[in-house]
Ligand binder design. Structure first.
Ligand code: ADP
Ligand code: ZN
Length: 823
């Protein structure tokens, strides 16, 4: 008997040992998936990581239930990479595995509950009201109900314990069923059901349907589309959809033809990928400056695996990336091109496809899980040179032979995953992944992260700079408009100062385009009672509700709950609750009034929920079907439009006042990036108008001159003085609990333990700005570790502490996690 080590998609440390039944032993190999029982009744898909030297003692070893693969589903060095992530970001390898593999590749069992028809209630022992309700729901259910269905239908939080009691009493039966989530895509094809070489039959067919012109038309169209009569070519497959469209008939006509025996409808599994083959194209010719940068990058890689390309906006970084990718693909290796935001994949995909044709693959969370499964399998089956464009989760794909990783807009905080574990930074993880493949890394940005620039200046990373825009186009002119002054003088039009409004008018008159940036979505960030000042807040979270006009509701941006806008104030009963302040929806609204003959588009979370949301907006704006684009930070980064001359920042204050040591950095990057969308062609004069109540803010000094280096100098001095990264490393300890007292006590106890271990390196606990989310109260402790200290040791202590606290029962009912390198 052999014993296999299995990794399970659970937040538990280490692997679990299972016995391998002899008939499966040939198939249980590292990297293969197996189904194993775990806990009382559950089944999970695990991954074989290796074998145990001998039978483990002290517990009953269960056998593997089923093997799912005949070839590994992960490839080297993925398991190693997962372990690194778990180790570095202080979570379990199981959590990484869970995040890494598309759900469709992880079959899990679900608990189903069936009612016992023979159950009779014991009159001495009545069921509780909730138990009766559960039985009622089960008795009237249309389909078999899983535990999750039941929880949703009843709204009870404790369905598991309710059903457990019902089971004890014999009222219900509980069973586990494996649920396969992946569904192949099925497409219906229509085929001619006649013998191709029997022309008699075809003639007869037409006689039969001659009285029905629509059947005739459909049949004729099918003959033509499939090439049925052209016997010199192979039959082409025709989908039902295509046929219906081309013949302009209803499905009933096809069914009628089928009944007559003339056609057949066949269902087949098809790939979700567009099968069209795209040809490769020409490489762009680089300018002298770009060419020099390209050569410097290659040179720098001879000594350093990671190089930073610091190039101003529109200097042609993307063109350089394309050359580098080409270089790697020619060597037969693969490339990973990471972008921080899905919105960016649209334009990039097109730019890359023009050169690399169908070697380009895309991967991000707007893809359905089924599509992700297919992409995963495709990468497993195929070692050919490819370039993957994707958001951070593409670091998990099964690359065969990675030659280069490009991290565009490397400063972006959206590379960091906040929730759930692993709370990793896609950029930093990519650097490690590249190292495991022996691949080179290029980090690119016009506004590098302070930490990255520090590493580049201190020689850890290589550094290559591009200080000019392509074709010597000038950087946009920056201008500050004082909102206090404008309001005092009555020179405003809603959210716009008359100044900005005029600039927009001018740009539109010259036939140019405008981007307006406002960092809040929705209509108004808050609603407020005009009489007493009451502000409606979320019942589950400690935040004011945002008013969304399109649905006429107040929405919590933390938990998504929607509320009716109260007609009268719940506090003073006056009918005077009004939206206050500006979100993108309201800005769009006002712009529509101010510029009635102009096409306006809005890009924010609310307008890009479906898969092609971004593509449509970006495409239309590129083709100048819209003239003004209003949006949240989505419009600020990486996009390349050739008609934009004017950029307006509706209100910079919410950005420059963030009480975080990275607040200034984030504001600088954001404003410089959005400015970078203006005047990207020589024919345009780029102009950026920043509206603010704090025109004297020191940040603007550097921004007005596009002076990244000056900003960096002042920022790094502060970081050094106050001991922030890159001079220290941070770990945040988050503690959450439904009960505020409990979280207070736990945070006090935890920080005491931490102080005993780490002394003055511990700060807090403090209460975050949003101190309750989804009914959990939150406290945070900060740990600042000097760079010279051994992080592995620190992490070992932190792990041990959590385990000890857990073992002592101190974490009961609480959620406690670590956030390493928080953003
Ligand atoms: P960045 O990524 O640095 O912001 P891009 O690569 O998007 O800059 O370049 C800005 C614009 O200039 C793009 O529209 C791009 O097509 C154009 N451009 C840059 N370099 C070249 C080049 N060598 N040949 C042709 N067009 C270029
Ligand atoms: Zn909420």
């Amino acid at each position: 008997m052999t014993f296999a080590e299995i990794l399970l998609p659970l937040p538990l440390q280490g692997t679990f040992t299972y016995s391998v039944p002899p008939e499966m032993s040939a198939q249980v190999c590292p990297g293969h998936r197996v189904i194993v029982p775990f806990g009382a009744k559950k089944f999970y898909t695990g991954i074989v990581t290796g074998f145990a030297p001998r039978e483990p003692e002290g517990f009953e070893v269960k056998p593997v239930s089923q093997v799912l693969d005949t070839a590994p589903i992960v490839r080297h060095p993925q398991l190693k990479f997962w372990n690194w992530l778990a180790d570095y970001y202080l979570c379990s390898p199981g959590e990484v595995y869970k995040a890494a593999l598309p759900a469709g590749l992880k079959i899990e069992s679900e608990t189903y509950i069936d009612i016992n028809p023979d159950f009779e209630e014991d009159t001495n022992h009545r069921l509780s009201e909730r138990e009766v309700m559960i039985l009622h729901i089960l008795a009237h259910a249309e389909k078999r109900m899983s535990m999750a269905d039941l929880a949703e239908a009843s709204g009870f939080r404790n369905v598991a314990s309710l059903t457990a009691r019902l089971m004890e009493r014999g009222a219900v039966m509980v069973s586990e069923k494996l649920v396969e989530r992946y569904r192949p895509k099925r497409e219906t094809y229509v085929e001619v059901a006649l013998d191709r070489y029997n022309s008699e039959a075809v003639h007869t067919a037409f006689d039969v349907i001659s009285s029905s012109p629509r059947q005739e038309k459909a049949f004729l169209t099918l003959l033509e589309m499939s090439g049925f009569l052209r016997k010199d070519i192979d039959l082409r497959e025709v989908t039902k959809k295509e046929l219906l469209e081309r013949a302009e008939v209803s499905p009933a006509i096809i069914s009628a033809l089928e009944t007559r025996g003339l056609v057949r409808q066949v269902k087949k599994s098809v790939s979700r990928f567009d099968p069209t083959e795209l040809p490769d194209g020409e490489l762009p010719t680089l300018s002298a400056a770009q060419d020099a940068a390209l050569r410097e990058i290659h040179l720098s890689w001879k000594e350093k695996d990671v190089t930073l390309l610091h190039g101003v906006t529109s200097s042609g970084k993307t063109e350089i990336y394309i050359h580098l990718i080409d270089f790697v693909l020619r060597q037969g290796r693969q490339a990973l091109f990471l972008v921080p935001e899905i919105a960016l994949t649209t334009q990039l995909t097109r730019r890359l496809q023009r050169v690399f044709g169908d070697k380009v693959l895309i991967y991000h969370s707007k893809f359905s899980d089924n599509e992700r499964v297919e992409l995963w399998r495709r990468m497993l089956d195929d070692n050919s040179p490819r370039v993957v464009i994707g958001a951070r989760s593409s670091v998990f794909l099964p690359f065969a032979n990675l030659g280069i990783v490009i991290v565009d807009e490397e400063h972006e905080s959206s590379y960091k995953q906040q929730d759930p574990a692993p709370r990793y930074n896609g950029r930093d993880a990519a650097v490690v992944l590249a190292g495991m493949h022996g691949a080179k890394v290029l980090l690119g940005s016009a506004t590098p992260a302070i930490d990255t620039y520090y590493k580049a200046l201190s020689g850890r990373f290589g550094l290559v700079s591009l200080t000019e825009r392509y074709e010597g186009v000038e950087l946009p002119r920056m201008e500050i408009v004082d909102l206090t002054l404008a309001r005092k003088k009555g020179q405003t039009y809603g959210a716009l100062t008359l100044d900005l409004k005029q600039k927009i008018t001018d740009a539109l008159q010259r036939g140019e385009q405008v981007i307006l940036f406002q960092n809040r979505r929705g209509f108004s960030p808050v609603a407020r009672c005009g009489m007493c000042g009451y502000v409606p807040r979320c019942e589950n979270c400690d935040v004011a509700l945002t008013y969304h006009k399109s649905i006429d509701k107040l929405v919590c941006h933390y938990c998504g709950t929607a509320y009716e806008l109260p007609r009268s104030c719940p506090a003073c009963h006056e009918p005077d609750i009004n939206p206050v302040g500006y979100g993108t929806e309201r800005v769009e609204n006002e712009i529509e009034f101010a510029f009635p003959d102009t096409q306006i588009a809005r890009m924010d979370l609310d307008t890009t929920r479906n898969k092609d949301g971004y593509a449509t907006i970006i495409e239309n704006f590129s083709q100048r079907k819209s003239q003004i684009l209003v949006g949240t930070q989505m419009v600020t980064k990486g996009l390349d439009f050739d008609g934009v001359s004017q950029v307006g920042i509706i209100n910079a204050d919410s950005m420059i006042n963030i009480p975080d040591f990275r607040g200034a950095e984030r504001a600088f990057c954001l404003i410089e990036q959005v400015a970078g969308r203006a005047g990207r062609r020589g024919s345009l004069k780029g102009q950026v108008t920043i509206q603010t109540y704090q025109p004297e803010h020191p940040l603007f000094e550097h921004l007005l001159r596009h002076d990244y280096n000056g900003f960096y100098e002042s920022e790094i001095a502060e970081r050094r003085e106050f001991n922030y990264p890159p001079f220290t490393r941070l770990v945040y300890i988050y503690l959450k609990h439904r009960d505020e007292r409990a979280v207070e006590n736990l945070a006090a106890a935890y920080s005491t333990c931490l102080r005993n271990l780490f002394g003055t390196r511990v700060q807090g606990p403090d209460t975050p700005y949003v101190s309750r989310i989804q009914n959990l109260f939150i406290r945070r402790i900060m740990l600042k570790i000097e760079v010279s200290a051994s992080m592995p040791k620190v992490k070992e202590i932190l792990r041990k502490l959590r385990e000890d606290m857990h073992a002592a029962g101190a974490l009961k009912g609480a959620v406690v996690y670590y956030d390493v390198d928080p953003m």
